[in-house]
Design a protein around this ligand. Sequence first.
Ligand code: PEP
Length: 265
Amino acid sequence: MAGHIYLGSNLKMYKTARQTQDYLLNLSMSIGDLSRRDLTVFIIPSFTSLDRARRTIHKGDILLGAQNMHWEDEGQFTGEISPLMLEDLGVEVVEIGHSERRHVMGETDAAVNRKTLSALAHGFICLLCVGETAEQKALGLSDETLRTQLKTGLWGVPTDSLDRLWIAYEPVWAIGVGGTPASEDYADGKHAVIKHCLSEMYGSVAGRVPVLYGGSVNRGNCDALAAMPHIDGLFIGRAAWDANAFNEIIRAVLPVFQRKQGMVK
Ligand code: PEP
């Protein structure tokens, strides 16, 4: 959505329910004074922390997300979590296709598509993650990879669901321990590719879909990324897992996004 800022974190397989609660209490207190009119903050904890997290944060203060979801409402799928279970927990955002799901757990574009369709049909905000591997980048296939992931991941997604679609551009080589953060120019160029592909698929309404950058964002590079014209938000891992550190990043990038989006002079 134009003129809106999205900042969030995926806690991956870190933090128990108790640790998540402490983290969320700290974070909501530190950012309590910030207006949410133009700002959405979201946190995506582990499944086992969702219930405690829901009871800790107020709706509208910090959006609550889940890291994955099966596409079926119920069934013989041992170890999976269904959309009905997430609805029951008051989850608002579902992250689909994170690089660790795709490249460590073997999730295919087809599975990502079924999950995306199901998440949107159930009324969740779907945070669809896309990104090329180091090998695809080296072969000059980054743009093709992104376009393929978008076209297969969003196959059959109707235009009227776009209001609840967010995209995270997370180059696989940039994510996690050992990842190299993308330069702001490189990241911005790929955001432009993503936005162009979405507009080919959906026309001008695609402009409503925010595209967030993720991959080794930290206090040192967050301002430069936030200043880039095609970046609508930041999706942060390690650097946001300490509430004070995330608060610092949020306060650093807010004025940068606001200036860029013409909210303040
Ligand atoms: C992620 O895994 O989505 C991520 C962005 O992690 P990090 O910021 O730690 O690279």
